[in-house]
Design a protein around this ligand. Structure first.
Ligand code: PFF
Length: 453
């Protein structure tokens, strides 16, 4: 059996586990999605729903995924086969996870492509202008050019693939340990500048003063989708990383730390962006283009802005790298362990597949601009289907799997490191949430948000 004979990599230190897991959670979700969704959905009210979804749904599902991964020490498909006691095809959750990984990677890699392109544009200074039309035109010309879009996307895929080829310990863990501290440093520096601006208070009020009038069922679904997307849940990513966890790692504690640090990064990103947006008269609801159009214009009006703008896009690139690594690791490890391919072959095949599927997103704003399915272009469709449908469905299935099939005893054993941690009460509470609360809540929000209820 190839599956058993393959020697698995793993994270070597406790800090490495934390850095890699946080590296997966922190990404463009914090620096691009969170600010623009908060901006478009009314600010603090949205933030509150997102917080609730993270705590009540995100946290238990994340603990479940990591615990399952560590117990099975295998890719998501094999893990579900190993842990399942019945003949039910639970392993299909792993297959759906791989599909979700491809969909997310297709549009995500395109946004990462813009970020990488912007690092170079920022260094060159060409996008630094206080004129909104100029920054808008720079962005439109980048995404409107099929060749540039494709080349940047493909370069990103090759770059991330290159790190994956270095393996789990040297590649994923090694890079995350270096990048995470840099990320926090850059973010704190940007926040300090933003808070010193004239209208900092307006930006903060927007971020922290709730307005519940904007909260609809659709907005709640979006907030829940963001909670899944943010913590890389519902598609086997955390299960895969869990399979690299050390046996003595305290899972609930690590998970809580990752969640808190991830929230911190989102809040800091909001604090870095919104005061600046308000001070210079931009609309907080500018949508996906928010950071690409406002940030250069904003920084052009601040002393030392050129350097700060470079710092901002380097920060985004750093964050995106850890998340991309974890997204691509899912198909790579599945192909490697299930089909017995070498890691190198599995990585190359994944990159090739993504070049094909991802190109539909790279071409969304140019060649395929008029191509729509269900009223959405490919980029928006992939984002919507993955975040608002596949990830929540994956979350429900995983919660049901733990709650009703794997069972309280095995879950508690695995979560408490076979009793060594003495955290049985935590295990019981999480189990209760997984068995009853999370699946019902997710289902309700999904049905209502998709207008099916
Ligand atoms: N959590 C990442 C972010 O917020 O940018 C995105 C992500 C990574 C989603 C890995 C899903 C995933 F499996």
């Amino acid at each position: 059996m190839t599956q058993q004979s393959i020697k698995r990599g793993g994270f070597s230190s406790s800090f490495g586990v934390l850095a890699a897991t946080l590296g997966s959670a922190v990404g463009l979700g914090n620096i691009w999605k969170f600010p623009y969704l908060t901006g478009a959905n009314g600010g603090a009210g949205f933030l509150l729903v997102y917080l609730l979804a993270t705590l009540v749904i995100g946290l238990p599902v994340m603990i479940a995924e990591i615990t399952m991964g560590r117990a099975a020490k295998a890719n998501p498909i094999t893990a579900l086969q190993k842990l399942a006691v019945s003949k039910m095809p639970w392993w299909l959750i792993g297959v759906a996870g791989m599909a979700a990984a491809f969909l997310i990677l297709s549009f995500y890699s395109e946004v990462v492509a813009w970020v990488f392109a912007y690092v170079f544009k920022a260094i060159g200074g060409s996008i630094l202008s206080s004129d909104r039309q100029v920054t808008q035109a720079a962005f439109t010309s980048l995404i409107g050019d099929p060749l540039q879009s494709l080349l940047w996307q493909w370069s990103v895929l090759v770059f991330i693939g290159g790190i994956l080829l270095m393996g789990v310990t040297k590649g994923i863990e090694g890079i995350a340990k270096k990048l995470m501290p840099i990320l926090f440093l850059l973010l704190l520096m940007l926040c300090a500048v933003s808070l010193s601006l004239d209208k900092a208070a307006d930006g903060l009020a927007f971020l922290f003063r709730p307005d519940f009038s904007k909260i609809t069922a659709g907005v709640i679904l979006t907030a829940m989708g963001l909670a899944f997307f943010k913590l890389s849940l519902g598609m086997g990513t955390m299960m895969t990383y869990g399979s690299y966890f050390r046996d003595d790692q305290n899972i609930p504690q690590t998970t809580l730390r990752v969640m808190a640090a991830d929230l911190c990064v989102s809040m800091l990103a909001g604090i870095a962006i919104f005061p600046a947006v308000f001070t210079f008269g931009f609309a907080p609801a500018a949508g996906p283009a928010l950071v690409f159009i406002t940030i250069p214009a904003v920084f052009s009006q601040i002393p030392g802005g050129h350097l700060l703008m470079v710092a901002f896009f380097v920060l985004a690139a750093v964050a995106a790298t850890g998340a991309m690594l974890s997204l691509m690791e899912v198909p790579v490890v599945i192909l490697h362990e299930r089909l017995g391919m070498s890691r190198a072959k599995a990585t190359l095949l994944t990159i090739a597949g993504l070049m094909l599927l991802g190109s539909t997103c790279a071409l969304t704003n140019n060649v395929l601009a008029d191509f729509k399915l269900f009223g959405m272009n490919m980029f928006d469709l992939f984002d919507f289907v993955s975040s608002n449908v596949l990830l929540p469905l994956g979350g429900i299935s995983l919660a049901l799997f733990v709650g009703w099939t794997w069972g309280a005893d095995k879950f508690t054993q695995a979560l408490s490191n076979h009793g060594a941690l003495g955290n049985q009460t935590t295990a019981r509470v999480v189990f209760f949430l997984l068995r009853y609360v999370s699946p019902l809540l997710i289902l309700l929000v999904m049905l209502k948000g998709l207008n099916l209820l």
